[in-house]
Design a protein around this ligand. Structure first.
Ligand SMILES: [Fe+2]
Length: 296
């Protein structure tokens, strides 16, 4: 099996490349690694790949890139994907600065999955920022059928299920973080939100002040999710997509132990992957999500 180790970056199309690039650099605290006529490549200030923005008709998340074990030969990985899963992966070399080669193929809902084994950081950015995301943390998608996606992410990419909410919402991990990919049943395949990790609660407050001052009010939060433990805030970017900023996400530090690191507010010890019932609240601290939030 090919085992994904972490999420690296995602690709979005946008009808206004300049506007979205300005937002991610000037407001969200990312760094412009490279730019051409139709694309902008964004990284964290420490030089870790984060986003590719491409000119397109509508705002859409088209690709997600994951790192596999460093040093893995991509030709061998492609062979394994073909033999074990019948996947015909394309090998490409122009995906992202710092990433020399990738393998590309589609998941069951049509999102392009990109795998690479080796990456170099782009330059360190010392420009003062309003706040600083540590990394692209996870992407949540709506999909019409969840089981084929869960099987694909487990069997092809090596993900594990962290939690289910009844049978309509699943959170999956590829490393210690509680979730890197979430899928919620919906009327059509569509990204629900893209999430960036901040270092602590103080950075979340800084981010809320900075977003507010720059005309990006919160649409939900701050609050604490019950499933996954994270402190969350959500706002919309200039393309109307929901962006989450979070901290204190639950972690499984040892897959052998199989439970999440204990947290003092949580009632179940040990907190192991499970299915949560219909009474589970989304926000431990207060109000539920606004009515249009579920649509993404
Ligand atoms: Fe999230």
């Amino acid at each position: 099996m090919t085992r994904v180790t972490r999420i690296s970056h995602a690709t979005f199309t946008t009808p206004d490349l300049d506007r979205l690039t300005d937002y991610y650099v000037e407001v969200l605290g990312l760094s412009l690694a490279a730019r051409d006529k139709d694309r902008a490549f964004l990284a964290t200030v420490t030089g870790q790949q984060a986003l590719v923005l491409e000119k397109g008709e509508v705002p859409f998340c088209t690709k997600i890139a994951f790192q596999i074990a460093p040093g893995r030969e991509l030709g061998e990985v492609a062979k394994g994907l073909a033999e074990r899963h019948g996947i015909d992966a394309e090998r490409r070399s122009d995906a992202m600065p710092g990433v020399a080669e990738i393998l590309s193929f589609a998941d069951p809902k049509g999102t392009t999955i990109e795998l690479f084994s080796d990456a170099e950081p782009v330059a360190f950015d010392r420009t003062p920022k309003g706040f600083v995301p540590l990394k692209l943390g996870h992407i949540a998608f709506k999909a019409t059928e969840l089981q084929p996606l869960v099987r694909f992410y487990e069997e092809v990419l090596g993900f594990r299920v962290s939690d289910w909410r009844e049978d309509f919402f699943v959170w999956m991990r590829c490393g210690p973080d509680h979730h890197t990919a979430n899928f919620v049943r919906g009327d059509k395949p569509k990204m629900h939100h893209v999430a960036f990790e901040l270092k602590d609660q103080a950075e979340i407050i800084r981010a809320c002040d900075f977003l507010g001052k720059n005309g990006f009010p919160l649409i939900y939060g701050p609050g604490r999710h019950v499933i996954g433990d994270n402190i969350f805030t959500y706002h919309r970017n200039p393309d109307g997509q929901i962006v989450e900023l979070y901290t204190e996400l639950a972690r499984i530090d040892s897959e052998e132990l199989g439970y999440f690191v204990p947290r003092p507010w949580r009632e179940d010890h040990p907190y192991e992957p499970k299915t949560w019932g219909p009474g589970t609240v989304g926000n431990l601290w207060g109000p539920s999500a606004p009515p249009d939030f579920r649509d993404g």
